[in-house]
Ligand binder design. Sequence first.
Ligand code: NCD
Length: 322
Amino acid sequence: MKPEARIEQRRPDGSLRHLITLEDLTRQEIEALLARAQHYVREIGDRPAASERLKGVTIANLFTEPSTRTRVSFELAGRRLGAEVVNIELQLSSRAKGETMLDTIYTLQALHFDVFVIRDAEPGVLAHVAAHVAPQISVLSAGEAHLSHPTQGLLDALTVRQYKGPFEALSIAIVGDIRHSRVARSAYQVFRLLRVRELRIVAPPALMPDAKEFPGCARFQSLEDGLAGVDVVMMLRIQKERFAEAELPDGAEYFARYGLTPARLARAHPDAIVMHPQPMNRGIEIAPEVAEGPQSVIRAQVSNGVAVRMAVLESVAGWLGA
Ligand code: NCD
C-alpha cells in the first residue's frame, strides 16, 4: 500500500472524526476520552452502562485479521450505545487490497453505514479508506499492522490510571516483542503524551524496535534490570504471525530468559501491576501464576476496553445519534 499523506482525523470544527492513530491527539483530547470512558466503567457483577446515544447509527466491524476479543469489545460498545452493529469478515488478497476494501465500503455506504471499525495487517489501508469515504463517515482502527492500536492504548492508559494514579509519578516497563507490536507503539504514544515519568522497553535484540523508534525510552536487554523498581509491567504477546518461520524464537528458551515469573516480578515495585493485551502465550511470555496472580489487572483491561470503545464511538458518532 502506498502510504497516504497524513490523514486529518478531525472535522473542520475540531471534533474527532476518525481514530487511526493516537499520534496527533492532544493531551486534552486523550484526557476527555479517558474521562468519558471512566464514566462507562462498571464493577463486575453490576449491570453494564447503556444508553441510546447512538440509536439510528450503523457500525460495521470489518476485520481481515482474526480477532475475537477486540471485535466483541467494539460490538458490545456499539450495542450498549443503542447502535446497530454488523460484523463482516473479509478475506482479501494483498494485491490491490486498498481498492477491494474500498469497493466493499462503497457498497456499505449505500446501506447507510456510518462507522467503519477496521482491523488489517497491512500498513496504510486504514488511511486509504479514511481518505475516500463520504464526509459523514468515520473510520476507527481496531489494529493496523505493527503500527497502531489506538483503543488498546487508551484502555491501557485508563487501566494504569485506575490502579496507579497520576502518570507523572510512574515508571512503566513494556516487555517482549516490541518490534512487531502495535500495542507497544500506541502505548508509547499515549504514555508520552500523558507524561509518564519513565518509560522502559525490555526485549532481546531481535525483538527491539529500530533505534530511531521509541525516542526517550531506556532500553534493556535484561528483564531483571528492566523490571527493577517499576510500577507497571506491560507484557506483550510474541507475534508469531509476523515472524518468518526460521526466526521464530523457541518458546522454552524465550521463557527461560524473558518469561515473567513470580521471581522476576519481585524485582518490580511490590505494588506493581501486570498487564497483557491478550491473547496470552502462557509459559512463553508469562507464567500462568503471574497471569492469574494478585498483581494482574488483565481482566480489568478487558472491561475497560468496552468503556473506552464506547467513549470513542460516542465521540466520533454521537452527533449522528438520537
Ligand atoms: C492485540 C492485537 O491484536 O494487536 N490483541 C488485542 O487487540 N486483543 C495484541 C496481540 O495480538 O498480541
